[in-house]
Ligand binder design. Structure first.
Ligand code: ZN
Ligand code: ZN
Length: 318
């Protein structure tokens, strides 16, 4: 395979990787089913059987995913009936704070894969218009592009254990009769909903391009990395470019569609900074170059340019 060769590291997987909040967030959210569950929770689904009908996932897998989200502090269980005991799942503040990530997922899907049949693509803002959410700097109010930001180590800078291997060892295969025929945000879920795929993208935004750089940054097995890189090329998020001949060496760069995932990664970072910093403060601080301020993102409506908050949106999202 072109990716492996004498100049690529072949030592065993490193145990520690540079700490960053997007990676921490993806350790919880970088799973297709976790994303689908959260999406349905935002649409108001609470009960196990309702999740089950809509997702069409085996009972044991659904229970496992709900438990993980519960353990992470994203969902709580509330008994709504005593005999027999029945519980429902509700979003905790940490989970409700993901509505911004959901909006950024919708933004990306809508911009690149618009489907008039998908209700999520036809969200209405309180201004009464169907809208596409925008990602702006809270200080200068300009749209934020990944070229306009840079990061510096923050008080929580350091190292985290490499993401542990998990159940899902192969990248998600698209299509089929997933989700019980409910319209979902499939493209974004394919990109974010596989833990290594999403980690590779987050890493690409940190400037990594070469096989060996991804390997070191992620602590991932080389065969898994090779699989995810080609998957992302197939999905149109990365493109492969020759940077050396004889032997051929390739680097992976974000395409326009890939670069447009920046607001998702920035939202994962914001969420991770807020909920997963272990009390140490953010590992990285992002600055908006044009205004020089720390980036505090703001999500706005492209129709009326006002800020978007959960009660403003229909269908219900948060
Ligand atoms: Zn700014
Ligand atoms: Zn509006």
């Amino acid at each position: 395979m072109a990716e492996s060769g004498p100049s690529e590291p072949s030592e065993t997987t490193p145990q520690l990787v540079e700490a960053n909040s997007a990676t921490r967030a993806l350790n919880i959210l970088g799973d297709r089913w976790a994303l689908v569950i959260l999406y349905l929770a935002f649409l108001g689904i609470k009960r196990f059987e309702d999740f089950k009908t809509r997702i069409g996932l085996a009972r044991s897998l659904l229970i496992d995913r709900l438990r993980r989200l519960h353990k992470a502090g994203v969902l709580e269980t509330v008994v709504y009936q005593e005999r027999p005991v029945r519980e429902e799942y509700r979003l905790l503040p940490m989970g409700r704070d993901l509505y911004r990530l959901a909006l950024m997922i919708i933004r990306w899907e809508k911009r690149w894969f618009y489907d008039a049949e998908n209700p999520a693509h036809r969200l209405k803002h309180r201004c009464g218009h169907e809208f596409t959410p925008e990602f702006r700097c809270g200080h200068c109010n300009e749209l934020v592009s990944p070229r306009d930001v840079y990061a510096e180590p923050g008080p929580g800078a350091g190292f985290d254990p490499a993401p542990p291997p998990r159940v899902q060892r192969r990248s998600v295969v698209p299509g089929g009769n997933l989700n019980g025929g409910n319209p979902m945000l499939d493209r974004a879920f394919q990109v974010l909903g596989d833990r290594w795929t999403s980690h590779v993208i987050a890493s690409a935004f940190m400037g990594r391009r070469r096989f060996g750089d991804f390997l070191t940054a992620l602590g991932v097995a080389p065969n898994i990395l090779a699989d995810r890189l080609s998957r992302l090329v197939e999905l149109g998020v990365l493109r492969k470019e020759l940077y050396q001949q004889r032997p051929d060496r390739w680097e992976y760069r974000l395409t326009d569609q890939g670069r447009d995932l920046y607001p998702l990664i920035a939202e994962l970072n914001r969420w991770g900074d807020k909920w997963l910093d272990g009390g140490l403060g953010p590992p990285l601080i992002t600055y908006h170059r044009p205004c020089g301020h720390v980036l505090e993102p703001k999500i706005t409506c492209d129709q009326c340019h006002q800020e978007v908050a959960p009660p403003d949106i229909s269908p219900r999202l948060g």
